[in-house]
Design a protein around this ligand. Structure first.
Ligand SMILES: Nc1nc2c(ncn2[C@@H]2O[C@H](COP(=O)(O)OP(=O)(O)O)[C@@H](O)[C@H]2O)c(=O)[nH]1
Ligand SMILES: [Mg+2]
Length: 372
């Protein structure tokens, strides 16, 4: 028997619908009255209909014959299905074998990738930078050759590093060196002054300005160098003073501006001066951050935060001679995308200064890596 529900306004009409469709050979299973959402009353009567009759009425006279044919077909399909299942089983087994092979390969890749990543991490290169390169290599042939992968990363570092070429033109150039106290700003200014005034293919007219009055002994230190080199040296006391001195020094090629380490007083002074220079389109001023090669990872971000508001033009790396580990420094350059302009490689004025070179820096870095 198959149950079918008939709906009408009252039980009698519902039953009559059933009789009309199937004849008298039906029986009532249940009947209930329902109030629909639209507030009308409806009667649902469930009628039991013999299966054969149901099939005939629902699907026409052919349905029963079809059902018989269907049964035969079912047997055939069952046999086919069994064959298919066993085939799928075989395929699955094959896939398992392939998958195992793939996994051992993948694991191998991962060990080389993660080994090389760990090596560069140990040397101070940031994970985010490494991931940005290494993630694109997963699955490539590079990823399972350690030596190749290391040189690929070095090449990527080489490509990402930027060098700011030494440029001394026909217009007056103002260079302001900023950076934490003791990093080597004054010493580097003295070296730069000597280089520009005496050591290049032609002499440039150099003047030294000093905003460093905050640090005890600072004026004396720069004055001392200026005296030896016979270069003009002026101490600046205010922004007006700075403007006047720059005006007065228009016949010079380079003005080197020394600054003290950051203090609230200096920050204010810096901003005023940078704003002044930036508002004067006839003046070409660059702000260069002096960063020690011995910089610690923890200090790196602070230094950048403290000085980046000055719109840094380049990084001068000092105390190159004091470390064998250049990773943190490289990392600084990679993350903040700043070009390097000079390397200070010792205390000697003026000898221990080199124009920045990627090869020189990477040689040191590779040397450090080879030491493990
Ligand atoms: N080893 C080494 N010492 C340096 C270098 N540059 C500067 N110094 C020394 O670092 C100390 C601080 O330098 P100074 O120029 O006064 O730093 P400032 O406070 O940034 O002006 C001095 O003793 C310098 O001789 C360098 O490249 N290598
Ligand atoms: Mg100084």
């Amino acid at each position: 028997m198959i149950n079918e529900t008939f709906v009408a306004s009252d039980p009698k009409s519902a039953y009559e619908q059933a009789v009309k469709k199937y004849g008298d050979d039906v029986s009532i299973v249940s009947a209930k009255q329902l109030r629909y959402d639209d507030d009308t009353l409806r009667c649902e009567v469930v009628i039991a209909v013999p299966s054969k009759l149901f099939m005939e009425k629902s699907f026409g006279d052919q349905s029963f014959k079809k059902q018989e044919a269907q049964q035969k077909e079912d047997v055939y399909e069952e046999q086919e299905e069994e064959a298919l299942i066993s085939e799928i089983g075989e395929l699955k087994a094959q896939l398992e074998v392939m998958k195992e092979g793939m996994f051992t390969e993948l694991k191998l890749e991962n060990t080389v990738l993660s080994e090389v990543k760990a090596l560069f991490r140990r040397k101070g290169i940031a994970e985010q930078w490494l991931d940005s390169i290494l993630n694109s290599l997963i699955g490539s042939s590079l990823a399972d050759d350690k030596a190749l992968l290391v040189s690929y990363l070095i090449e990527e570092i080489d490509e990402a590093l930027k060098v700011k070429e030494e440029e001394l033109g026909n217009t007056l150039k103002v260079m302001m060196l900023v950076g934490p106290t003791g990093v080597g700003k004054t010493t580097t200014i003295a070296k730069l002054a000597a280089r520009y005034a005496y050591l290049l293919e032609r002499p440039y007219k150099v003047a030294l300005l000093n905003l460093d009055s905050y640090k005890v002994g600072a004026i004396e230190q720069l004055e001392h160098y200026a005296d030896i080199m016979q270069i003009e040296h002026i101490s600046i006391t205010s922004i007006e003073d700075f403007k006047e001195q720059i005006e007065a020094l228009q016949d010079h090629d380079v003005i080197l501006v020394d600054t003290a380490g950051m203090s609230p007083y200096d920050t204010h002074k810096f901003i005023n001066i940078v704003e002044f220079v930036n508002s004067d389109i006839t003046l070409d001023m660059e702000v260069d951050l002096v960063l020690s090669a011995t910089v610690k990872y923890e200090d790196m971000e602070d230094i950048y935060k403290n000085f980046s508001f000055l719109n840094l033009d380049s990084v001068i790396i000092s105390k190159f001679d004091e470390t064998k580990h250049f990773g943190t420094l490289l990392n600084f350059m990679l993350l903040y995308d700043l070009p390097m302009s000079y390397f200070s490689v010792g205390q000697e004025v003026p000898d221990d200064l080199l124009p920045a070179s990627k090869e020189y820096l990477l040689e040191q870095f590779i040397g450090d890596m080879n030491e493990g």
